[in-house]
Design a protein around this ligand. Sequence first.
Ligand SMILES: C[S@@+](CC[C@H](N)C(=O)[O-])C[C@H]1O[C@@H](n2cnc3c(N)ncnc32)[C@H](O)[C@@H]1O
Length: 288
Amino acid sequence: MTDAAHPHADALKYEDWAGEMGARWLANLKGFEGTIAPAGEALLARAAFAPGERVIDLGCGGGATTIAVAASVTPGGSVLGLDISPDLIAATTRRAQQAGAGNASFLCADAATVTLPDAPYDRLVSRFGCMFFSDPVAAFANLRGQLKPGGRIDLAVWGPPAENPWMTDGMAVARRHVEMPKPVPRAPGPFAFEEVGYLREVLGSAGFSHVDIGAAAGELAVGGAGATAEEARGFATNGMAFGQILLDYPPEVQAAAAADLTALYAGHYRPGEGVMMSYCAWLISATA
Ligand SMILES: C[S@@+](CC[C@H](N)C(=O)[O-])C[C@H]1O[C@@H](n2cnc3c(N)ncnc32)[C@H](O)[C@@H]1O
């Protein structure tokens, strides 16, 4: 039951990025980054970073985007990967060093409240890292304070559940076997900004202007390019929140759900490509 003092308490339980969810993202990093790659490419193409810019990567996760931005702003520019998960920041710092991205640095902090020592920055980018704030207006206002006046932000957030069957079809299969929490509109989570007008309002209330909304849609490969139906099933049950819910049920229930999930993904498998399913993300830019 939802805690009356905190209407999003149930949703937040599954978005413990500083703890369990951050560790789970890291453990399934290849699958996650492979799955969301097309939306990330569209986001970076739209953002068109230029040499010399100083950029914040909000909710940088495993750092694929941070490292890509670091290359785009060279020479003269730099990028700060900001994330609330200590596990992700530790792993990502090592990864960037190994990639030779000397102009990328990393900080573990809550973006909702952090004051960045090297602020103000020119720009901010976030690939699916801005949907988890319990008070989004306050968090975006804080982030605006870390940017130069006129600095541009570029965000990717998921569109409506019905247009993201790559996530919701698996959830629906799991729901046939176990109880799943009911989605709460606007609660922190992947679909917090499915209604893009709400994000427009949040950004406006936080002081941003010139909000511009685009979209990236098409197919993505669940579990990464080339993953088989069984691999996609493993990615979903190990990585996605509904997989964690399944773990609370007896082995025979888990096995039955796993068989149905593999059948779902097999229906979308194309040899040489992977488990190809539709997605829709909003790409939003605005000015600080
Ligand atoms: C869906 S993942 C996306 C990771 C990365 N941007 C990518 O595309 O690979 C969301 C990320 O946002 C981070 N995050 C969530 N809430 C945050 C907060 N309040 N402050 C900083 N990072 C946060 C999580 O730890 C996680 O790494």
